[in-house]
Write a protein that binds this ligand. Sequence first.
Ligand code: SAM
Length: 448
Amino acid sequence: MKLSELQATLDELDATPTRSLGQNFLHDRNLAEWIVSRLEIAQGERWLEIGPGLGALTSIASEQSENGVLIEKDDRLIEFLRGRYPQLEVVHGDACRFDTRDLMAGGPLKVLGNLPYYVSSQILFNFTSDASPATALLFTLQKELAERIAAGPGGKEYGAPTVLIGRRWRVEMLRTLPPSVFLPVPKVDSAVVLLTPRPAGELTPCDGARFTTLVKLGFSQRRKQLGKLLAPALPQWAQAAEAIGIPVTSRAEALSLEQWCKLAAWKPDTGETDPSSNAQDVHGEIFDVVDEHDNVTGQASRFEVHQQHLRHRAIHIFVLNKHGELFLQKRSQWKDVCPQLWDSSAAGHVNAGRGYDETAARELEEELGVSASVQPVTRIAPCVETGFEFVGLYQAQHDGPFHLPPAEIECGEWFTTAQVAEWTAARPSDFAPGFLKCWQIWNTTRRD
Ligand code: SAM
């Protein structure tokens, strides 16, 4: 949109740009084309724009794919956007509060926006969370924020946001934009950044909740040494620092992303810093083999039961919080079965000589790092979906937070049961088949 067109549209809508909504409209068509082209939206590909305003980026993105969603907070612009882009879904809402979990049922999508600067950080964190299906994010930000999230260790820009976002996303600073390309002209420079998922295995995997705790504590007072700041969560700091190879006098900004990950993965008892190294330590496992009535008839190794489709036993646990939301885990990339698919809150095999109930209690502790009363729901007969397992399905109530073993679980999130229903129906291939079976049966047993 040219400057004159933009001004005319604002007059037509009787809409003066509002500072409280961070409204600075882009009026350079070439620049808008360049920005959108960085996202490489393919024909039919799903995309979402935050704060479309008068459509500077929207008009270009919608030429590339009509499969787009717009989230705009300004009620004065909603009818205009719906009229101009009838092929797109226009959501009238606040992108900071937007529930990204609702997007899971639609599958992967690319996100873009010239963000309102007053809430850029909140929007950035919301759309890069574990419960967001974004596969790339292209944002125009205030230059200082862009520099902060793209920074390397050692400088004053490198901070908690850099490290928290950097664990899962590569951040590339593409270019800066002068204030003059916007109406009204902002007082600050802007910069365009591209976030793409960090390839699996690039950094030492670690429990996300522990990582966040350590990073927030570590950067809470930048001038203090980490030993003091991390003490509440990591009393064995000196031992950990030595294992990772960093000076005990280090401050937060001196640690690289990889060192932060190693710190979060470090365990005092084992000195372990790389959980992926023992991720597949499952080969020695022996399970009871059972008949069609679930009576034990023998024993076999994990490999044998899976390869020969022998009936064996497992448990699945559905953990619900006080709001009735279900916690789902995303299986890690190292799982031998169904890697990176979404699964029950916790699940595992019943080892030889062990019972269902004790296994359920143990799995809750091992996979989620908590103990809670675990109630049996039902027993599911072996079938292809359960991998020929008799499944003891259990339910527990807990509000988290959980500590997830990174070798087993990539991440986890709470979802409303309505979201799970919609998502499983739309995209069953996102889920481990065993979970889908449990979900189907669990729904038939629910009385509420
Ligand atoms: N994309 C347009 C462009 O490049 O010309 C507008 C960019 S302007 C910097 C930011 C836009 O975000 C405005 O349209 C504003 O109304 C919208 N906005 C402000 N706060 C928002 C929020 N919390 N959620 C969604 N949109 C918001």
